[in-house]
Design a protein around this ligand. Structure first.
Ligand SMILES: C[S@@+](CC[C@H](N)C(=O)[O-])C[C@H]1O[C@@H](n2cnc3c(N)ncnc32)[C@H](O)[C@@H]1O
Length: 295
């Protein structure tokens, strides 16, 4: 029997997770278990330095579920046949930072090279298909949509369809609403602001909303980049920015091959400015620091 005030079955040295301070401190073994799960399900590789971050982020789920230990949270995840909690966990673990016109050179390239090339080709299909493959809260796909819509105003007969996907349901819900605080649109050129956003009034003052005319070109959907892609030589442009950085080399290699298959010949792949595919095997021609064209 344990001492008074000490839970039964413990020696006093190793407090069970539900007692005292250490209960919300992720142990190294637990970190390995959770990071293996995150890697298996989302391809995201969490370096050991991310232990504190994971600790804080998973702590949110523990609080939301009223659980008192990481062990019970792990067991809960394993028992949840619906997979709903796995989605929630990936939501809190993934990093969603994004902005309108982020890494703006890509949008210049889109407007000055990619779109003129497509619209001056003699192909029969007059619809341009683009994919924002880790779209976060929507700033990236809406930026792409503004650039394409603006360009196509001068090219009657052409239209476009933009698919925007992410693994996180939380950010997708924000993206779908298309509502942003005024400060988020600071980098959007005023000509685009006028055409594609409406200002909030009354209770919505301080917010803007993407106009329906732009929004209807964009379809948001949950998609895990680890899964097989349903497209073969169908997409003209793929943005996969600031997510590959979380994947290990093997996953990046598979992803680049899948992007290649999904693109039409001559299609374009854009990756984040701090990312690189130079050390990977691929059949792309580099057209700019982080922009590639399918050979
Ligand atoms: C840092 S944000 C980048 C957003 C945007 N592409 C940009 O560059 O501004 C990374 C996004 O990748 C998503 N993500 C992480 N793992 C993913 C996966 N396996 N499949 C799809 N999206 C994933 C995250 O949910 C997050 O929204």
């Amino acid at each position: 029997m344990g001492k008074i005030g000490q839970p039964e079955g413990t020696t006093g040295q190793e407090l069970p997770e539900s007692f005292g301070l250490p209960y919300r401190q992720l142990t190294d073994v637990q970190f390995q278990k959770f990071s293996a799960l995150v890697y298996e399900k989302a391809g995201i590789y969490l370096k050991p330095e991310k232990k504190e971050l994971l600790n804080a982020r998973l702590g949110k789920r523990l609080r939301a579920l009223g659980l008192d230990s990481f062990k019970s949270y792990y067991d809960y995840l394993m028992r949840d046949a619906s997979g709903d909690e796995l989605v929630q966990m990936i939501d809190v673990v993934s990093t969603n930072f994004t902005s309108f016109f982020r890494e703006s050179a890509h949008f210049d390239l889109l407007g000055n090279r990619v779109l003129p090339e497509i619209t001056s080709s003699n192909r029969r299909k007059r619809e341009i298909t683009l994919w924002s493959s880790a779209c976060s809260s929507g700033e990236e796909p809406y930026t792409m949509a503004m650039v394409v819509a603006g360009f196509l105003e001068q090219h009657p007969g052409w239209t476009f369809r933009l698919l925007a996907t992410d693994i996180s349901t939380k950010v997708l819900a924000q993206a779908q609403r298309g509502v942003y605080p005024d400060e988020r649109i600071a980098k959007v050129p005023s000509s685009y602001l006028k055409r594609y956003f409406q200002k909030g009034v009354g209770g919505s003052r301080g917010y803007v909303k993407v106009k329906e005319g732009l929004q209807r070109h964009v379809t948001f959907s949950r998609f895990n980049l680890m899964h097989e892609f349903p497209w073969r030589e169908e997409l003209d442009v793929i943005f996969c920015r600031n997510v590959m950085i979380y994947f290990n080399r093997e996953t990046q290699q598979e992803l680049v091959a899948k992007f290649h298959r999904a693109l039409v010949p001559g299609g374009y792949l854009f990756i984040g400015h701090s990312e690189s595919i130079t050390s990977l095997k691929h059949d792309f021609t580099q057209v700019d620091a982080t922009a590639y064209q399918k050979r």
